[in-house]
Ligand binder design. Sequence first.
Ligand SMILES: Cc1cc2nc3c(=O)[nH]c(=O)nc-3n(C[C@H](O)[C@H](O)[C@H](O)COP(=O)(O)OP(=O)(O)OC[C@H]3O[C@@H](n4cnc5c(N)ncnc54)[C@H](O)[C@@H]3O)c2cc1C
Length: 209
Amino acid sequence: MDLSLTEDQSMIQEMARKFAQSELAPVAERLDQEGDRTHFLHNLKRLAELGFMSLNINGQYGGTEAGSVVFSLSVAEIAKACASTAVTMSVTNMVAEVIQAVASEAQKNTYLPRLCSGEYPAGGFCLTETTAGSDPSGMKTTAVLDGGEWVLNGAKQFITSAEYAGVFVVWAVPDKNVPKGKGISCFLVENGTPGLTVSKAEKKWFFAE
Ligand SMILES: Cc1cc2nc3c(=O)[nH]c(=O)nc-3n(C[C@H](O)[C@H](O)[C@H](O)COP(=O)(O)OP(=O)(O)OC[C@H]3O[C@@H](n4cnc5c(N)ncnc54)[C@H](O)[C@@H]3O)c2cc1C
């Protein structure tokens, strides 16, 4: 089996490396410590412009269609320079991939171009709760159909880039009567939806003594 990279894969890996080392590495520590929102948003926009926010998304939605190998190579290069940016990039790609895999065509046409182009700085993936981490079956967030609209109730935690996300994939349980762990479904929730509150970001850095 030939595991060597194709010319395209090598080229995109090199592009990720150059971008990461020249634009992310010099500011990574400062952004983590000071939380410079404007500069972080600029970096996310650059990632989208270079096609790194939609590596497995079809071209018809504005995606890069570069494949999983390129995704792994790229996120590794970004992470070498700035782990925070790499996590946001990784989650945003994941959100786009979930939408591409299971959303309706109308939802794909609405949300994917916004994620691919950087109109949305990031996507949010809302699974984890205080009672649901490694084991999502402990999920307590409910979804109830009320007058033709789904009403979600619950609280998520550790949501990467929640303050920057334009849209969230939110996991919830629509039917409390199903056995534990069954029936978990996902919903698209736009940032700014009435009733949605994004709380303050966790401080994730510390100085070693
Ligand atoms: C940088 C970062 C970004 C994140 N971003 C997101 C995000 O965008 N969206 C989101 O939904 N979540 C996110 N998370 C949350 C992450 O998915 C959870 O932290 C993870 O699922 C683990 O859940 P937990 O923290 O509740 O730990 P727990 O599930 O409570 O696990 C604690 C420890 O117990 C161990 N453990 C658990 N169950 C078992 C078992 N059955 N047997 C043996 N050992 C076990 C685990 O390995 C772990 O060491 C993020 C987390 C981090 C660190």
